[in-house]
Ligand binder design. Structure first.
Ligand SMILES: Cc1ncc(COP(=O)(O)O)c(C=O)c1O
Length: 418
């Protein structure tokens, strides 16, 4: 691995080796993570990284675009086929810039956006006061019903009628349930708003056709390609044909500079891979394992927000265990299980402490863990929650976690040998 860097910069080489070993021996359960296939690794390191181009195929601002044009057009074909979309723009650098491209396409400063509350699952780019978009647009928020902890569509409709936003955003970073896109599209139509669905977290599950797709319902669908889609650190945007020109202009020159053809190549490889039975089987395992973990944890006295999960993640309310998200995250980290603290709906604790954790099942499913191993992870979590500061318990749990994950290599043996 890294034959040339190893010679020219041993210090850097060591850091990459160290990170590889960290990933190998940890049970990664951050919901936004995945392990990219080796082809994605190869393509992100390919010569396409050398090419500077702006604009669309046939309308580039620089010369030497003939191969990159073929690449991007291949991507359009694959993306439209896989997702059944009318139009796609593959130029975004990430899920965040995908969202910015849509805003740049159809919104004016001062326009109103209605999106999901950030403390109930929404994303920074949907209107956090800490994100620049909140300085440009006016944000208002919808949330979940306190009983069901699922989106309260009646309240959403009422709010949309009251404020008449220019755009409604569906999609979240920490929402374990399916979203009723049809209902949201009707609400958007009624109030004359664009519907944008940010499917960053669930794109892989949608590509595998295991959960409903937002594409038929939304004006714009954005995604990051790193999460369940298991590809390069990049983004994509789909839209209805009638918005195609606006989206393309909003992307370049509206919100991006020169294009990243190395990550585009990797995404385009993934657009083929995502149509394969192998990818579908992994996504099915993600869904099965998430349900298994939700059940196993609730049998062990944890409360699962909204009572379960329909996707790759679950939110766990830790109050019944008298432990904060921060303490649980840190204790699990010490035993080699990586999760993140996360607020639960109507959380009395601050975002820095939290009453919950978010757990994602993508990486473990990719490594091949199944029901038996997921139940063993629930057992370890129960022991850690009961004694988060007990050195002997943590040491025993660490040994157990390491033994478990060592049976499921991150990459096939020898993948990184020179
Ligand atoms: C819902 C949602 N949208 C957008 C993003 C941003 O994606 P990226 O990290 O690729 O910019 C995230 C990532 O955390 C997300 O959860």
């Amino acid at each position: 691995m890294l034959k040339y860097t190893r010679q020219s910069d041993p210090e850097m080489y060591e850091l990459v080796e160290e990170e590889l070993h960290r990933q190998e021996k940890n049970i990664e359960m951050i919901a936004s993570e995945s392990t990219v296939p080796l082809e994605v690794m190869e393509l992100t390191g390919s010569v396409f990284t050398n090419k500077t181009l702006e604009g669309l195929p046939g309308k580039r601002f620089q010369a030497g675009s003939e191969v990159a044009d073929k690449l991007e057009e291949l991507g359009w074909k694959r993306a439209k086929e896989l997702f059944g979309a009318e139009h796609v723009n593959l130029q975004s650098y990430s899920g965040s810039t995908a969202n910015y491209s849509v805003f740049a396409s159809v919104l004016e400063p001062g326009d109103k956006i209605l999106s999901m509350r950030l403390d109930q699952g929404g994303h920074l780019t949907h209107g956090s006061p800490a994100n620049w978009v909140s300085k440009i647009y006016h944000h208002d928020f919808y949330g979940v019903n306190p009983e069901t902890e699922q989106i309260d569509y009646d309240a959403l409709e009422e709010k949309a009628k009251e404020i008449r936003p220019k755009m409604i955003i569906a999609g979240a970073s920490a929402y374990p349930r399916l979203i009723d896109y049809e209902r949201m599209a009707k609400i958007a139509e009624e109030v004359g708003a664009y519907l944008m669905v940010d499917m960053a977290h669930i794109a892989g599950l949608v590509a595998a056709k295991l959960i409903p797709s937002p594409i038929p319902w939304a004006d714009f669908v954005t995604t990051s390609t790193t999460k369940t889609f298991c590809s390069a650190r990049s983004g994509m945007v789909f839209c209805k044909e009638k918005h195609a020109k606006l989206l393309d202009r909003g992307t370049f020159p509206g919100s991006l500079g020169s294009l990243h053809f190395h990550t585009m190549a990797a995404k385009i490889w993934s657009l083929k891979y995502a149509a394969s039975p192998e990818f579908r089987a992994i996504m099915q395992r993600v869904l099965d394992n998430a349900k298994t973990l939700a059940k196993a944890l609730s049998e062990r006295g944890f409360r699962i927000v909204s009572g379960g999960t329909d996707n790759h993640l679950l939110l766990v309310d830790l109050r019944s265990k008298n432990i904060s998200g921060k303490v649980f995250q840190n204790a699990l980290d010490r035993v080699g299980i990586t999760v993140n603290k996360n607020q639960i709906p109507n959380d009395p604790a601050s975002p820095f402490v939290t009453s919950g954790v978010r757990i994602g099942l993508t990486c473990t499913a990719q490594r091949g863990l199944g029901e038996k191993e997921i139940i063993q992870i629930a057992d370890i979590m129960e022991k850690v929650a009961a004694a988060p500061e007990d050195e002997a318990v943590l040491a025993a749990c660490k040994k157990e976690a390491e033994e478990l994950i060592s049976r499921f290599p991150l990459y096939p043996e020898g993948a990184f040998e020179d």
